[in-house]
Design a binder for this molecule. Structure first.
Ligand code: SAM
Ligand code: GLN
Length: 289
């Protein structure tokens, strides 16, 4: 007989699922299970196998606290402290952008464009959690990657993600865009910069409310960071070097225009899994080899 003061696992999950319906919709059950996993150490399979398991008071209290936090809108990635990107589990805190699935397109584009086994020099601007740099580093141990951010708290998170995945071919630098790169030249510069217009109402909705504004917003039209990066990139690329950028679904014409004005050629645009133009690649000058 269960103590009348205790609550069975399935009952607690059911209660949480109902609480999370508004914030999480169809994902309410999954989110409830992930949050219980975080406090109990039981994965989803173990939970399904033991619906009658009585939860201890401390697990139940910790679970209900997380459910309350989620109900207030806190991103699930913040409550779990991690997010999957490119098949890698990355630490996520409120100091960094939560890595987005569409950013895997930028990783894929870099992997397809640059030679696999050569000692390619890559610069990533605005690394945040380190998602892009770590994914590239793990896939291409021969590449040398410098990853930068202006935010010191963000760099502390990317440091831990680099260490967690043994990505010792990544070097971190702090600084404002290319200022962190000195006068080195690279085979490729990659970036997912902030690209949302400062007054876009999306910044006040959903997960975005809890993410750093400097990771998301870029001036009146959302193009401020992209403009700066494109204009300065030629001075930091080797002849024939590539610039690979993520941008908003409606920014491709503007980004294409910036690249053209800065003297780039071989401009190509790729769409994400939702069919939105999301990543633009361009080449500076002719390759010498
Ligand atoms: N690369 C990560 C990703 O794709 O998930 C994070 C991208 S987030 C959209 C943009 C990043 O650029 C943030 O980490 C932010 O701190 C950084 N950033 C903003 N302004 C910057 C600047 N002036 N110089 C360098 N990094 C900057
Ligand atoms: N793709 C993100 C979003 O719309 C924005 C990321 C960015 O500004 N680079 O939520």
């Amino acid at each position: 007989m269960m103590d009348p003061g205790t609550v069975a696992l399935a009952v607690a999950i059911g209660e949480a699922r109902r609480r999370l319906q508004t914030v999480a919709g169809d994902c309410a059950g999954l989110e409830a299970s992930l949050l219980l996993g975080r406090v109990s150490g039981l994965n989803r399979a173990a939970q399904l196998a033991s619906p009658e398991l009585p939860l201890t008071a401390s697990v139940l209290n910790a679970f209900r606290h997380l459910v309350d936090q989620r109900d207030l809108g806190n991103p699930i990635a913040h409550l779990l402290g991690e997010r999957e990107f490119w098949g890698l589990t990355l630490e996520v805190t409120p100091a960094v952008l939560i890595p987005r699935p569409e950013t895997e397109l930028l990783v894929e584009t870099a992997l397809r464009t640059l030679p696999r086994d050569a000692s390619v020099d890559i610069l990533e601007l605005g690394t945040g959690s380190g998602a892009i740099a770590v994914a590239l580093a793990v896939e291409r141990p021969a590449w040398r990657i410098i990853a930068t951010d202006v935010s010191t708290p963000a760099l502390a998170v990317s440091r831990r993600n680099i260490d967690r995945h043994g990505a010792d071919n990544v070097t971190l630098r702090q600084g404002d865009w290319f200022a962190a790169a000195g006068d080195e030249r690279f085979d490729a510069v990659v970036s997912n910069p902030p690209y949302i217009a400062a007054r876009d109402p999306h910044l006040r909705r959903g997960d975005l409310r809890f993410e750093p504004e400097e990771a998301l917003a870029a001036g009146q039209d959302g193009l401020a960071a992209l403009r700066q990066i494109v204009a300065a990139a030629p001075a930091h690329l080797k002849p024939g070097g590539w610039l690979i950028l993520e941008h908003g679904y409606d920014q491709q014409p503007a980004v294409g225009g910036l690249l053209h004005d800065a003297g780039f050629n071989e401009v190509g645009c790729l769409s994400d899994l939702a069919g939105q133009p999301r990543c633009t690649i361009a080449r500076f000058g002719e390759a010498t080899a």
